[in-house]
Design a protein around this ligand. Structure first.
Ligand code: GLA
Length: 611
């Protein structure tokens, strides 16, 4: 007896914690068949899931949608329509299980479903018991014909969750109230494994102005900002994939659902994967086109969706041209999805640092399955789905031709694989450290006197990077005087500088400007070609400004010098890079104010010396 109750306790614990560790994947009957389903279609679909390779790729569920019940018997047991399911749901579940798949079913938290079929309100326990007895593994629980308010929704969903948990079988609950009651705030607590965030997706890219049905992009726009609510076992559900429907007549074809092109279907797939969305194919996979199959079975893309870290990618860029998502992955790599929303091909101009990513990366294109040197052109409505692997990298503030502050401890930092040993060699010094859990490392070298050009080598087991033409000199910090206004042409000495290095013989290089304030918005102003006087109020932190300046100089003006600031000496550059915004804190000001400043006379002096 004691043994028996222990087993019971253990199994009820398992049941009440029923959740999916990664977003559920399967096929849902609604878009291809509406309510016109039957056991043959579903069995054939189970077969097709296996023979097409979709099961291998991770699709586990056959989700029966609306249209299966016919009513209740004299004892109020819910009954499948015998015309559609002559062998009963249990036989279907057995068949599906025999293929190594799982079965999902559908009901509604009201007397009637959206299609007007029998719902479960008031019969939750009894229906959950039927589902369990049949061997059902998942319930999509809809919300048609139910009251508007959130409180009722929470209660009704939780009632069904408890009924499922008490049914003796692990049955996941999919909440489907279309986002109206902000289920992301309460659905996990109510017992939902997934919750729909939107109305029904239609088979189109984007709704025309005034058109009601939502397309792929409309749905993505609703789901994207909800990333923080998704976590392991609980997922935002932006509805089914429309991949491969090609305008097929059915629920997804109304309200303007005229179909999409393959590029757009592929985009939906990429965007769903980066958002860790449940992947429910909804086309007729008994008749799967080669392209739809290629999209739906892309294992590299699916691995992004199913990544064990279980993070919904964050949309970090959203403008008229681009949407860019970033998703950290369990092995320390990063997935990035870049969507070109326009109707023309666009040249990608993304810089990892713009996305808050430090360091250098090897880029793998998850659609061509190749490592690519750069992102290149992105077609209209195309989404590049990329996997970024850290190559050894200093933080982006470093580059060839950088200037290090003389006579100051040199704090060098960067990124590399987790736990990697990193050795930096510069002049006659060498120091070693190990990356932390966030792939970051930093170490400090002893102060160095004026001089250059030197090389700095960063070495790990995976890679060695050598930065060339490093100078040790004074880093000029803007102090706001009027003589610190630099028009573009005033940078000729910078351009010359590289030649001078090539021609060597500068053993005592003394100065290179690296910090420049441009009215607090360096990027914008450099792009516009407008130079402003620097003013102390707008130049904190100097290093950040210098970094922007150097990067923009290179990017926009094609001046082949990665001119960057290097203000060290107790400053907190690392925290700046991680926050990725200008640091205006008093601590920062205090930290930088004692750094040596360069005065214009020395600059002139240097020029004189050079002539
Ligand atoms: C609602 C749901 C759909 C589908 C239909 C069935 O519209 O949002 O996903 O289940 O009901 O009637």
């Amino acid at each position: 007896m004691a043994k028996f109750s222990t087993i019971l306790l253990a199994s009820s614990l398992i049941i009440t914690s029923a959740k999916a560790q990664t977003p559920p994947m399967g096929w849902m009957s609604w878009n291809a068949f509406g309510p016109n389903i039957n056991e043959n279609i579903l069995k054939q679909t189970a077969d097709a899931l296996v023979s097409s390779g979709m099961k291998d790729a991770g699709y586990k569920y056959i989700f029966i949608d609306d249209g299966w019940p016919i009513g209740r018997d004299a004892k109020n047991n819910i009954l499948p329509d015998p015309k559609k399911f002559p062998s009963g749901i249990k036989a279907l579940a057995d068949y599906v299980h025999s293929k190594g798949l799982k079965l999902g079913i559908y009901s509604d938290a009201a007397p009637k479903t959206c299609g007007g079929y029998t719902g479960s309100l008031g019969f939750e326990k009894q229906d959950a018991a039927s589902f369990a007895a049949w061997g059902v593994d998942y319930l999509k629980y809809d919300y048609c014909n139910a009251p508007e308010d959130s409180a009722t929704a929470k209660t009704r969903y939780n009632t069904m969750y408890k009924a499922l948990a008490a049914s003796g079988r692990k049955i996941l609950l999919g909440i489907c109230e279309w986002g109206g009651r902000q289920p992301w705030r309460w659905a996990a607590k109510a017992g939902g494994t997934v919750w729909r965030t939107t109305g029904d997706v239609r088979d189109k890219w984007k709704a025309k102005p005034g058109e009601e049905g939502m397309g792929i992009l409309d749905i993505v726009d609703i789901n994207a900002p909800l990333d923080k609510y998704a976590h392991k076992g609980h997922w935002n559900d932006p509805d089914m994939l429309v991949v491969g429907l090609y305008g097929r007549k059915g629920p997804a074809s109304d309200l303007g659902g005229i179909g999409c092109n393959d590029q757009e279907y592929q985009s939906q797939f990429s965007l769903y994967c980066i958002m860790a969305a449940p992947l429910a194919a909804s086309n007729d996979i008994r008749d799967l086109s080669e392209t739809a199959k290629k999209i739906l079975t892309n294992k590299e893309a699916i691995a992004i969706d199913q990544d064990p870290l279980a993070i919904q990618g964050k949309r970090v860029v959203n403008n008229d041209t681009w949407e860019i998502f970033v998703k950290p992955l369990a092995n320390g790599e990063t997935a990035v999805a870049i969507l070109n929303k326009t109707n023309q091909p666009q040249q990608s101009n993304v810089h990892w640092s713009d996305l808050g990513l430090d360091g250098d990366y090897e880029i793998r294109d998850l659609w061509t399955h190749q490592t690519i040197p750069q992102i290149g052109t992105i077609n209209a409505h195309e989404t590049k789905l990329l996997r970024l692997k850290h190559t050894l990298a200093l933080a982006h503030i470093f580059s060839d031709n950088m200037v290090l502050q003389r006579d100051h401890p040199l704090k060098i930092w960067g990124t590399a694989a987790k736990g990697e040993k990193v050795t930096v060699t510069f002049r006659n010094q060498s120091a070693t450290t190990t990356t932390n859990d966030h792939n970051k490392w930093s170490l400090t070298l002893q102060p160095v006197k004026y001089g250059g050009p030197f090389e700095m080598t960063i070495h790990t087991t995976a890679q060695t990077i050598t930065y060339k033409n490093i100078l040790v000199g004074d880093v000029w910090l803007c102090s706001g005087q009027s003589n610190m206004e630099f028009p573009i042409s005033g940078w000729s000495h910078v351009v010359n500088y590289q030649d001078e290095i090539k021609n060597a013989n500068y053993p005592d290089i003394r100065l290179f400007n690296t910090a420049m304030s441009i009215s607090g918005r360096p990027e914008a102003d450099v792009k516009g070609g407008q130079w402003q006087p620097c003013s102390p109020a707008t130049i904190s932190p100097f290093s950040a400004v210098g970094y922007f300046f150097g990067r923009e100089l290179y990017r926009n003006l094609k001046i082949p010098i990665g001119l960057v600031s290097s203000v060290w000496g107790g400053t907190d550059i690392e925290s700046w890079t991680s926050r990725n915004s200008l640091d205006t804190s008093a601590e920062y000001h205090d930290a930088v104010k004692n750094l040596p400043r360069f005065d214009m006379d020395s600059l002139n002096g240097l020029h004189r010396e050079r002539v």
